[in-house]
Design a protein around this ligand. Structure first.
Ligand code: C5P
Length: 214
């Protein structure tokens, strides 16, 4: 096999959480360190891909050889993904907040009663990409599940119209930790991977992607 099998390919990766502001000092967010997504972006670059990494707010160095676009909100992430297209492959690892808030212009003051937060749906970036005219040839979603992991992720693969789902069991200490237990769901079935360091999950996934494109 060539050492840079993804040379000439553009791969889009999303990673990290999104922050949805409530007012100038507060936000709602999903729990995500960004480590798995950053590791995947780095592994893809090492196989020769041109990688665009759209990153939510995380405290991580940019992997070598990766072009990084920083965003804060889900809406900004959707825009940055659109701007980065076309791509041969997209790996959507970000934990996008499902809801956003119409933020208050000034800091909400305590003592003025219990503020009501109206939650507005964020765009589903992955589903939009799957249904859109510039769908990458290989579209990969992630599914963080706490129970019946494979069953829920299988349903998600079909519902969102993606090629592969990387399902991870987040019932343990995955968040922010160094290891991950994943299942790879494709049209052909399920592959159960052992608990591995996130860098190793990334390297194996990048290799699988390279094989799928050749
Ligand atoms: O529906 P759920 O959030 O569990 O789906 C997870 C997958 O969808 C991940 O690949 C995630 O990056 C993607 N997603 C997205 N935009 C959203 C919500 C999820 O791209 N608003």
């Amino acid at each position: 096999l060539p050492t840079r099998p993804l040379a000439g390919r553009h791969v889009l990766v999303t990673a990290g959480p999104t922050h949805e502001p409530i007012d100038p000092v507060r936000y709602i967010a999903n729990r995500s360190s960004g480590r798995q997504g950053f590791a995947i972006a780095g592994a893809l670059a090492r196989l020769g891909a041109r990688v665009t990494l759209v990153a939510g707010p995380v405290d991580l160095p940019t992997p070598v050889g990766v072009t990084r676009v920083d965003v804060e909100t889900g809406g900004q992430m959707a825009e940055a993904v659109d701007t980065a297209l076309p791509a041969d492959v997209a790996v959507m690892v970000a934990a996008v907040a499902d809801w956003r808030v119409d933020p208050a212009a000034q800091k909400i003051k305590k003592g003025a009663g219990e503020p009501a937060l109206r939650l507005l749906p964020n765009p589903d970036i992955l589903a939009g990409l799957a249904a859109g005219p510039r769908r990458p040839r290989l579209l990969i979603g992630f599914a963080a599940e706490t129970e019946r992991v494979v069953e829920h992720a299988t349903a998600k693969r079909v519902r969102k119209g993606v090629d592969w789902i990387v399902a991870n069991d987040v019932s343990g200490d995955v968040m922010g930790g160094g290891a991950n237990t994943v299942h790879i769901l494709t049209a052909d079935g399920v592959e159960d991977w052992p608990r591995l360091p996130k860098d190793e999950v990334a390297a194996r996934l990048a290799q699988r992607i390279a094989e799928a494109l050749t």
